[in-house]
Design a protein around this ligand. Structure first.
Ligand code: BYC
Length: 315
């Protein structure tokens, strides 16, 4: 027993040294169970966010204003599905099955990003999702690409490249509307008013309230804090908004010349936790929709398995 404990502490020490020296942890390497479980939690949440995130955008495919806009939106949503697939595969390398992850999502045991519980009410919202939601995701994921777990960090590299296009297509929609007539401008501003604060919440609670940050940063599952990333996003986005004539919906927004940061009003954390706990405007709708279409796709999964089995028999 004693020997076992000392060999585990030796392995833990070696593991931490690898992390401190920026050597990636790979699936077959030894890792503490808590590291594995923390990664499964975060990566599966991330995968679910990509998949659930297709719903608010899918709502506008049939109503996109031009064929060009429809083609771009379809390609973007398809990219999000791809991100979900890379992330489910990367999470499976930790020893959990995709079926189990999906059950956890549908039973409310696994989370997905709070942002996808808000509705897309008009075309400007598609601009706001690309500009703000993908914009926030890039800031967060560029950091995650430097994380310690090999398959997760490598998935982030490709995902970030694709998110770059997504962010620009969203900003293009907003810029076009801001160059349009009065009602188009009003629609774009109204959309920013509704999506601004929820997009700031994507980065999670303040560092002082974040349960996982301390351990996750020690293990380099995250390499920057929630508040740092949120501030970086605010600084980038405020300038982008002003550039096209949008007003950030915060009467206390001020530029601090010393810190070179845009400072904002306190965030409504009560709303955030309410949404995270399942009581946002669309939480129930999102899970019901996922469950319905997942069940309807059962025959496709069965057919794919039979096909794969037959192919193996032929070889
Ligand atoms: N929403 O200790 P903390 C996309 C939870 S999709 C819900 O700071 P952590 C796109 C947190 O899970 C890409 N829950 O947590 C797709 C924890 O609860 P549990 C979306 C949140 O993990 C389609 C508790 O609060 N990006 O771009 O250290 C169309 C305490 O938090 C949220 C990702 O998924 C939230 N916003 O840090 C368009 C990024 N925030 O788990 C676009 C991957 C916190 O103990 N995730 N919670 O029950 C992360 O980077 C980290 O998990 C977070 C939070 C920074 C979000």
């Amino acid at each position: 027993m004693q020997k076992n404990e000392s060999s585990i502490s030796f392995l833990e020490k070696q593991f931490q040294e690898k992390i401190n020296n920026d050597i990636k942890i790979e699936p077959k390497d030894w890792m503490p169970e808590a590291y594995r479980n923390n990664l499964i939690r975060q990566m599966s949440q991330h995968a679910h966010s990509e998949i659930i995130g297709m719903q608010p955008e899918g709502n506008w495919v049939l109503r996109a204003p031009t064929l060009r806009a429809k083609k771009i939106l379809l390609a973007k949503i398809q990219d999000e599905a791809g991100h979900g697939l890379y992330l489910y595969s990367a999470t499976e390398t930790l020893g959990i099955d995709r079926k189990e992850m999906i059950e956890q999502l549908q039973q409310g045991k696994a989370k997905y990003s709070s942002i996808f519980n808000y509705p897309t009410l008009n075309w400007a919202d598609i601009g706001a999702v690309g500009w703000l939601v993908d914009g926030a995701a890039i800031v967060n994921q560029t950091m995650l690409a430097r994380g310690s777990y090999g398959p997760y960090s490598r998935a982030m590299l490709r995902i970030c490249k694709e998110e770059g296009f997504h962010q620009r297509q969203g900003y293009e929609i907003m810029a076009k509307m801001m160059a349009g007539n009065a009602s188009q401008k009003e629609m774009a501003q109204d959309s920013l008013n509704r999506w601004w604060e929820p997009s700031l919440m994507m980065f999670g609670p303040h560092d002082s309230e974040s349960t996982h940050s301390e351990q996750s940063m020690k293990w380099k599952i995250k390499v920057e804090s929630n508040d740092n990333l949120r501030q970086r996003f605010i600084n980038k986005t405020v300038d982008q908004a002003h550039h096209i004539g949008l007003t950030i919906p915060d009467k206390n927004l001020t530029y601090n010349k010393e810190t070179r940061n845009w400072e904002i009003s306190p965030i409504n954390w009560e709303e955030f936790w309410n949404v995270v706990k399942g009581n946002g405007p669309c939480n129930r709708q999102r899970i019901a929709h996922h469950t319905k279409y997942h069940n309807e796709g059962q025959w496709v999964r069965e057919a794919a398995l039979v096909f794969a089995k037959k192919e193996m028999e032929i070889q």
